[in-house]
Design a binder for this molecule. Structure first.
Ligand code: FAD
Length: 480
């Protein structure tokens, strides 16, 4: 046990960031306890595909992919228009690769093979980067959590479930200095510690906090649905208020575009027909329909009005069985509710959704002249399909009746407003001073996740990399 405190470190939250922090602090000899508000560990990390973005890894090397931290950093900053602090992002880019190696050493499996999507273990094209950086682990997010939990148990770290940490214990500041964190209160019990790591995830499950910190999500209106874990209640922000912590990432988060009727993550929802065209309110095609979500939400929102996904009867009837939303019969049911529009020909469909008929007809004709022959001169979707391992050309959109449904960013995955951290994952106060005894990581730690999601794999890499760093820093500050 740690000196005159109950523990060296208390970790709040048992998702990816919290488990990584707990294990890395214990590796350095710190005594650690972890609190988890829900009945099991894992949080959003466990629900995720586990896709992990990192540069210069052994997996990339084995596949002959040349990559460097410099290149990763440049891409990360450029995609985010340099709105993030370069020092913190550089640290993240330096540590993401070593953190993946650490996970591999702990038993994670990421085979050195090409992966066509986030469900096949291996290396995939994870975003709009020029080098493949998407590491897909065996058993996805569940696999990550299992590996970390095994290490937690091996270190004898207690994980207390069903216990939502209520608040921090705080020592009054000396003069005008920052407050000092001395422990936590959980289940009404005070527990003292040399360091507290806040790893309680994001705020997606609290509607009032979403309205304050990620109001763009509300543009989805009644189509908005949240897939983040139940425990994503934004408790980090209340802790931050106790110690006048700064917040980074205000207004940012990840929304995935879907058809407006979809209510589940794609594992359950299923996938839209491959043979489809997205057109804007002018009836013009405006994007690669498979564009990565690093950019696809922005592309749709930039149209300034409704965007429509258009497909035909052959595409509907070819939908595979077993999915909750993208199912042939369900699409017909939705015609009845008005969430899907149907017409016998394309001019009729255009009239029904209010776009110029000649534009829509021209968009579909041009698509038919290209994609079924394997090329997409305008939007380069053939390259995206090739990276996904799709080798058969897509069918034309030609069999009546035709269908249209609104497509927009509706699926709230994660939020980026977290307690601002420095390059050691220490939380900064509003005067940019590290708050003694307080660290944060994952969605609860702000400054790494930006306005543009670098991925897939950005948020899991952030959680594990910064969580591991927070645990190391906390232990080092206590002399371990
Ligand atoms: C369906 C889905 C798929 C995704 N796929 C990917 C992907 O493939 N790649 C990627 O990079 N990102 C992905 N993401 C996002 C990514 O999973 C998360 O951003 C990341 O895992 C968050 O990790 P975390 O440790 O910060 O939070 P979490 O993993 O959510 O862990 C936080 C934990 O803290 C607990 N907690 C909260 N408040 C308290 C409290 N007061 N006291 C105690 N415990 C508390 C929560 O219950 C939770 O278990 C996905 C997210 C979802 C929902």
């Amino acid at each position: 046990m740690a000196g005159d405190t109950d523990y060296d470190a208390v970790v709040i939250g048992g998702g990816g960031a919290g488990l990584a922090a707990a294990v890395s602090a214990a590796e350095r000899g710190a005594s650690v306890i972890l609190f988890e508000s829900e009945g099991e560990l894992g949080g959003s990390t466990q629900l995720s595909a586990g896709l992990f973005t990192a540069a210069a890894t052994s997996v990339q090397k084995e596949l002959g992919v040349e990559d460097t931290v410099d290149r990763f950093f440049q891409h990360y900053m450029d995609l985010n228009q340099w709105l993030l602090k370069p020092g913190l992002v550089r640290r993240f880019c330096e540590l993401a690769g070593p953190t993946l190696e650490w996970m591999l050493d702990l038993g994670l499996e990421v085979p050195a093979q090409v992966s066509g999507n986030a469900h096949q273990p291996g290396l995939c094209r994870a975003g709009v980067e020029d080098v493949w950086r998407g590491h897909v682990p065996k058993d996805q997010g569940y696999g990550l959590v299992q590996v970390l939990d095994r290490a937690r148990r091996a270190h004898g770290i207690d994980a207390v479930l069903h216990t939502r940490v209520e608040r921090l214990l705080v020592a009054e500041p000396q003069g005008s200095g920052p407050a000092r964190v001395t422990g936590v209160v959980a289940d009404g019990v005070e527990l003292t510690a040399g360091a507290v790591v806040v790893a309680s995830g994001g705020l997606a499950q609290d509607p009032a906090l979403v309205e304050r910190w990620f109001p763009d999500a509300l543009r989805a209106g009644e189509s908005l649905f949240v897939v983040a874990a139940e425990g994503s209640r934004g408790d980090h922000l209340a802790y931050g208020e106790q110690v006048r912590a700064a917040v980074a990432g205000d207004g940012w988060g990840l929304m995935l575009p879907t058809a407006e009727f979809v209510r589940h993550h794609h594992w359950q929802a299923g996938f839209p027909p491959p043979s489809r065209v997205h057109v804007n309110g002018q009836g013009r095609r405006f994007m690669d329909e498979d564009a990565n979500y690093a950019v696809s939400g922005g592309l749709i929102e930039a149209q300034g009005g409704p965007a429509w996904m258009v497909f035909d009867e052959a595409a509907r009837t070819a939908l595979p069985d077993g999915y909750a939303d993208w199912d042939a019969d369900r699409v017909l049911e939705l015609v009845g509710t008005g969430q899907v529009t149907r017409a016998d020909d394309l001019p009729g469909l255009a009239a029904a959704v209010g776009v110029p008929a000649d534009h829509l007809v021209a968009a579909v004709e041009r698509w038919n002249a290209q994609l079924p022959h394997g090329s997409d001169v305008d939007f380069q979707r053939d390259r995206t399909l090739a990276a996904k391992g799709v080798t058969t050309p897509l069918a034309p959109i030609a069999v009546p009746p035709f269908y249209a449904t609104c497509v927009l960013p509706t699926e709230l995955v994660c939020t980026h407003a977290g307690l601002e951290i420095d390059t050691s994952a220490a939380v900064l106060d509003v005067a940019a001073r590290p708050i003694p005894g307080l660290y944060a990581a994952g969605e609860a730690g702000g400054g790494v996740l930006g306005n543009r999601y670098v991925g897939g794999g950005n948020a899991v890499a952030n959680a594990l990399t910064m969580g591991r760093l927070a645990g190391q820093s906390a232990a080092a500050a206590l002399g371990h």
